[in-house]
Design a protein around this ligand. Structure first.
Ligand code: BGC
Length: 421
């Protein structure tokens, strides 16, 4: 970002500048429905890698990892569960004042109704440490992983199971007490329902549209229940979901393209949100891409792609923010946004375009209260496994070594200037 532009980036003093992670993607050593699935599916995924990823430009570069079953088993990862203090040092080094993470339910309640007090103490120490360093903790309660016992009883397929998630939510928030304020109940509920119950690429690997709708509606119900309970604990808590949003636009003047783009935007942004918005104090938004629609299909320009083949249109975040703010009139926190870029060649550009987009949205009247980059560190990218690199901090999985990427150092400097710290 050029100097004169940087100087004009005036954000409110209270703006939350941060980074995000989720427990299963960085902690290592978990035992949940994902770890079971990883072990069952790793060999097959390695075998199918070429068919699924062979079209990527970087196939030659990633082939070794993508065809290795180990890639699909999370294992120890960055061992963030034990090494979080070192990781918090990077947050401080980058002048950030917010951090989003998730509490791993399977650790807190490894068997139904049995609370692991050591684990609860761990998460209390964790949030207190963030506070001590002046970093606002933003805690997520469901980021795609479930205890095995809960998934064995049907998980969110059954409405009667929701009370168990609510009980966990109440327990952990009561324990974390005043160390947290911002709570994300569910991360990208629709993505979870689609991948796990419609397209079948995530556990439990189903292609069952009845269950898909059931899970989606039960997740909305779960948010409402949890939000109610948390608000009973105190109105100081600010609750939301993290809503996946991309920007849809018509690629030509055909009426069908225009209608499809509007319709797809509605289905994506509003179908689920409408079911929970009355129980949200802010709106968490995850933005990664845009879809250009011809007829009723997506045909992106694909001039510039990330390592996992996502079309890169960072500036369109502006349009997503403006639309969502206009529609829901709630303050927005960008709870995720980032790029898979193992060579760190495009991340700086991505962030700079994104921050300009946010700035423009604010100038146009949207109330945006925070930006959390995905991700603080390299992590387990679900069905892709370990090869995609989203981190501001690079992790060497062999040695556990950590290194701030040049884009991370640049982001830190920029935020230091904006926050004047
Ligand atoms: C998820 C993250 C994921 C990221 C990049 C989001 O959909 O919340 O867990 O790592 O996208 O794919």
């Amino acid at each position: 970002m050029q100097k004169d532009k940087e100087n004009k980036l005036d954000f409110p003093k209270s703006f939350l500048w941060g980074a995000s992670v989720s427990a299963h993607q960085v902690e290592g050593g978990n035992h949940n429905q994902w770890t079971v699935w990883e072990l069952e599916s790793a060999k097959n995924k390695a075998k199918q890698a070429k068919a699924e990823l062979g079209m990527l430009d970087n196939w030659a570069e990633i082939r070794g990892q993508a065809e290795d079953p180990e890639n699909y088993v999370s294992g120890d990862l960055a061992d963030h569960y034990n090494r979080y203090l070192e990781d918090f040092d990077f947050i401080e080094r980058m002048n950030l004042n917010a951090f989003r993470f998730s509490v791993e339910w399977s650790r807190v309640e490894p068997e139904e109704g049995c609370w692991n007090l050591e684990v609860i103490k761990h998460y209390k120490d964790y949030t207190n440490e963030l506070r001590r360093r002046g970093i606002e903790p933003i805690v997520t309660l469901f980021h795609f992983t479930l205890p095995v016992w809960f998934s064995d009883m049907g998980g969110f397929e059954r409405r009667s199971n929701v009370k168990l998630f609510t009980r966990f939510a109440k327990k952990i928030i009561r324990e974390l007490g005043s160390s947290v304020r911002f709570i994300v109940t569910l991360n990208e509920p629709e993505i979870y329902a689609i991948k796990s119950y419609h397209s079948g690429g995530w556990p439990p690997g189903l292609n069952d549209n009845i269950k898909f709708w059931r899970v989606l509606n039960n997740l909305a119900y779960a948010h409402r229940q949890v939000a109610r309970e948390i608000h009973k604990l105190g109105r100081r808590y600010k609750v939301s979901i993290s809503k996946n949003s991309k920007y849809y636009y018509a690629g030509d003047d055909a009426l069908l393209s225009k209608i499809s783009a509007v319709f797809m935007q509605y289905i994506q942004d509003d179908y689920f949100t409408k079911k929970v918005i009355k129980h949200c104090d802010f709106l968490g938004v995850n933005y990664y891409f845009t879809s250009r629609i011809y007829g009723y299909r997506t045909h992106n320009p694909n001039d510039d792609l990330s390592d996992i083949g996502w079309d890169l249109q960072p500036g369109d975040i502006q349009l997503v923010l403006e639309r969502l703010y206009k529609k829901y009139n709630l303050p927005i926190i960008i709870t995720e946004n980032g790029i898979a870029d193992s060579n760190d060649a495009k991340r700086r550009w991505w962030i700079s375009q994104t921050i300009s987009g946010i700035h423009k949205a604010i100038r146009n009247g949207a109330k945006v209260d925070g930006y959390l980059h995905w991700s603080l560190m390299d992590n387990f990218e679900w069905a892709y496994g370990k090869w995609p690199k989203f981190g501001l901090v690079e992790i060497d999985y062999e040695t556990g070594g950590r290194k701030l990427r040049p884009s991370g150092a640049w982001y830190g400097k920029l935020i230091g200037k904006i926050r004047k710290v």
